[in-house]
Design a protein around this ligand. Structure first.
Ligand code: ADP
Length: 245
């Protein structure tokens, strides 16, 4: 579904990605874990075309291979953006729009799909995450967990090939985390292809097909959840897991 090879990115003298390779097969859930500042968000943003790596190649099934060393045109990066949808740590909903307006904005105004169709789909998606009665509410009238579920619905409404989650629960009160993780797990079980950055290791253990442990801009270790969590090979992975568990 997606292949990234040799991603490099620096912000000034801070080399944040130092040669990241990542493959996502269709229907697969890849979870990225690692200490804060290790480059996980920058990887997701690169896959989504929000960040431009200095070097490396990204290709999405059916699309062109984008070689960042050749400074690709904006059009190519936007092609990447169209294939995936990102759910952010903070939901980033438009505060002055209703929930429904937030969800339809992308598919209706950006993708130019018929409004009736988009509204019907949006209402069905809201229903599915238990928010059908909130369609006309404004984001501030919802709890953090409800806002984040709207964020997920907004991503789904774009009908992307790939869902990217950037610490989707880390800004939530602990009691609201579960509801959001349940939705993400259901999407994983339904066969969505997704990459998830999270510190929720029990979720990672349950939902991931493949886990990457990043530190200092490199993938230190990767494998099945069983391999990475139960029998980590690298001292850095062991240290991280001991700290976080
Ligand atoms: P993680 O998601 O693992 O916490 P990030 O990818 O967010 O790591 O950040 C990695 C490093 O890159 C951090 O040191 C961060 O400060 C830096 N960084 C990220 N985005 C920017 C930016 N737009 N400008 C400057 N530095 C950035």
């Amino acid at each position: 579904m997606l292949t990234a090879r040799g991603l490099h990115k620096s912000f000034g003298s801070n080399e944040v990605l130092r040669g990241i390779d990542l493959t996502l097969h269709r229907g697969e859930v890849v979870v990225l874990i690692g200490p804060s500042g290790s480059g996980k968000t920058t990887v997701l943003r690169s896959l989504n075309g929000l960040e431009t790596p200095d070097a490396g190649v990204i290709s999405v099934e059916g699309g062109p291979e984008i070689d960042f060393a050749t400074r690709p045109a904006q059009k190519e990066r936007f092609a990447l953006r169209d294939r995936s949808a990102m759910v952010f740590q903070h939901h980033n909903l438009f505060p002055h729009f209703t929930v429904l307006e937030n969800v339809i904005e992308g598919p209706w105004r950006v993708q130019g799909r018929p409004k009736d169709e988009v509204v019907a789909e949006a209402l069905a998606l809201l229903d599915r995450v238990g928010l059908s009665d909130k369609a006309d509410a404004r984001p501030h009238q919802l709890s953090g967990g409800q806002q984040q579920r709207v964020g997920i619905v907004r991503a789904l409404a774009l009908k992307p090939d790939l869902l990217l989650f950037d610490e989707p629960t880390s800004a939530l009160d602990p009691e609201l985390v579960g509801d959001v993780l349940v939705v993400i797990k259901e999407l994983a079980d339904e066969g969505w292809t997704m990459a998830v950055v999270t510190h929720e290791l029990s979720f990672a253990r349950e939902a991931a097909d493949h886990v990457l442990f990043m530190d200092g801009g490199v993938v230190v270790e990767q494998g099945t959840p069983e391999q990475v969590f139960t029998a980590p090979q690298h001292e850095r992975t062991q240290r991280f897991l001991t700290r976080i568990l």
